[in-house]
Write a protein that binds this ligand. Structure first.
Ligand code: MSP
Length: 510
């Protein structure tokens, strides 16, 4: 049986205003999920929406609809965006799903009955837009440290989760599982900023708003964000039924991919909740950086961004995916700009990849009627190219296993650049003038076509439509992962389809 791989994105707050930064987590998760599938893993890739809370309640009120009507309409926006980006999720969870709500109630009750949740009084600073509580020392000049907006002092009866009880076990878990939090800098941040000063018990219910999952044994309270949101990763699999097939098969998660600002929730609160539930902990939480614009936050109020679908319409889905995956070293912050997107598309996709494919296929048509031949008239110069192409699978696998997605892609690009250089060095157009060099010419074209096939298969996780277009262009049936372990599996005597333009160079008018 294939090894399983359970990967999740965070569940998104429903929004009509998603920007390219929101797409970042999901595009990367999609590339990782697709790569694992390519490698033969049995993948479960989950995303979804986080639909409760005071903010949504307010927005619905302003729009004159019920919160449920509001979210029902707006989550279509997320689904539509993910479809236009080619996101291959296996499951889309909504926290308003009945199955999730019932499961959360059971989890809450179980934790209460076993003494991990108790009733107390909450007093503290609260940021409504971020739905976050802050202590006085965390607030910056009386403002939310995340978004800089005013926080308000609130005091209400609330249930608390005994986070403090799990502190020692959590530190022990970190020690025993050095790869649990990546990049490493984020682990140090958790230890130094949150764990060492001492974990405080966590407020897990609210009475000041209604739009949440009711605590069934105390219906004045709704379950407050963390127990509701984080448990999505197990309720989707059928928990609390531990015998549910999906749960047995996929839990614990292999990778929670999250933005850096929610690493704390996923590496402190979530593991402690799971310990309290006596469940195994996820293997890894990766906290990626933010895409910024002009080094600042991408923000609706600043009006500094376009709907990502505008970029997709203008440049194609794979240009947008490629940019998100290739531009920024995974883990760090990076800048997004339309100019950089255009420049990346032109250099890597139009010049390096697109040109290589179209000129190789055009030459094959011109000199051999599009028929693939390999008379094996080899020369020294071929060895270098063939060795690079043959090694590529292993190198890309290594990079992907460390989640160095941008480096994995660059390795493929490097090989494509070598292919272009091989054309320049072997000058097929000159050989074509000499009848005695026909077999050498055919061999060169075979080497190129086979290199393109192998690269196209490796690119399928990152730019799936383009990969598909290339493989269709080659008219090959050798498209599976196991056909790229050795060089030379492209079939002989097949007829290539006519060359096509994969990416037009984008001209920028001033
Ligand atoms: N609902 C919570 C997550 C709960 S998970 C149990 C949430 N939602 S969110 O919609 O605000 O964010 C979803 C994801 O988008 C997060 O991983 C977040 O980091 C990511 N991004 C939002 N803006 C971003 C950038 N500008 N750049 C990169 N990713 C960012 O948080």
């Amino acid at each position: 049986m294939n090894k399983k791989f359970y990967i999740t994105t965070p569940i998104y707050y429903p929004s009509a205003n998603f920007h390219i930064g929101h797409c970042y987590t999901t595009i990367i998760a999609d590339a990782i999920a697709r790569f694992k599938r390519l490698q033969g893993f049995d993948v479960f890739f989950q995303t979804g929406t986080d639909e409760h809370g005071e903010k949504i309640e307010k927005k619905a009120k302003e729009s004159g609809v019920t919160p449920k009507e509001y979210v029902d309409k707006i989550i279509e926006n997320a689904k539509d965006l993910w479809a236009s980006l080619g996101i291959s999720y296996d499951y889309f969870i909504r926290t308003t799903d009945e199955k999730h709500e019932k499961a959360v109630q059971k989890i809450f009750k179980k934790l209460y009955e076993q003494g991990d949740i108790y009733k107390g009084e909450y007093k503290g600073l609260y940021c409504v837009p971020c739905e976050s509580f802050w202590t006085e020392s965390q607030a910056v000049d009386g403002k939310c440290p995340d978004c800089g907006r005013e926080v308000k002092m609130v005091s209400e009866e609330a249930y608390f989760f005994k986070l403090s009880k799990y502190q020692d076990r959590l530190v022990k878990f970190y020690d025993e599982n050095p790869d649990f939090i990546l990049p490493l800098s984020r682990k140090n941040e958790m230890l130094n900023n949150f764990i060492k000063p001492g974990l405080e018990d966590l407020c897990v219910s609210r009475t000041s708003f209604k739009w949440g999952i009711p605590v069934d044994f105390d219906p004045n309270h709704v379950v407050y964000v963390w127990i509701d949101a984080l448990s999505n990763y197990i309720t989707s699999l059928g928990y609390p039924n531990e015998d549910a097939e999906l749960f047995k098969k996929y839990w614990p998660a292999d990778l929670h991919l999250v933005g850096k600002e929610i690493v704390r929730f996923h590496t402190i609160i979530w593991p402690c909740m799971l310990m309290a539930l006596n469940l195994p902990l996820p293997h890894q939480v990766f906290g990626h950086g933010w895409l910024k614009i002009n080094d600042g936050k991408i923000s609706k109020s600043l009006g500094n961004y376009k709907d990502p679908r505008e970029y997709i319409d203008a440049y194609g889905v794979d240009a947008v995916r490629y940019y998100a995956l290739r531009e920024v070293p995974f883990g760090s912050d990076g800048n997004f700009s339309e100019e950089a997107l255009i420049s990346r598309t032109n250099t890597d996709l139009a010049n390096t990849l697109g040109n290589l494919v179209s000129r190789t296929i055009s030459m094959s048509h011109k000199y051999f009627d599009g028929i693939v031949l390999n008379p094996k008239v080899e020369e020294e110069i071929d060895n270098n190219l063939i060795a690079s192409v043959t090694n590529l699978k292993k190198i890309v696998e290594e990079k992907m296993s460390e989640l160095k997605v941008n480096e994995a892609i660059d390795e493929i690009m490097e090989v494509l650049r070598k292919c272009n250089k091989y054309i320049d060095d072997t000058t097929p157009w000159a050989l074509a003038k000499d009848e005695t060099m026909k077999d050498r010419l055919a061999t060169i074209l075979y080497n190129l076509l086979e290199s393109i096939r192998i690269c196209a298969i490796l690119l399928s996780s990152f730019i799936p439509s383009t990969s598909n277009a290339i493989l269709t262009n080659l008219n090959t049936s050798r498209v599976s992962y196991d056909t790229i372990t050795t060089f030379g599996n492209l079939e002989l005597n097949i007829k290539l389809n006519p060359a096509q333009v994969l990416f037009k160079r984008i001209e920028v008018s001033n």
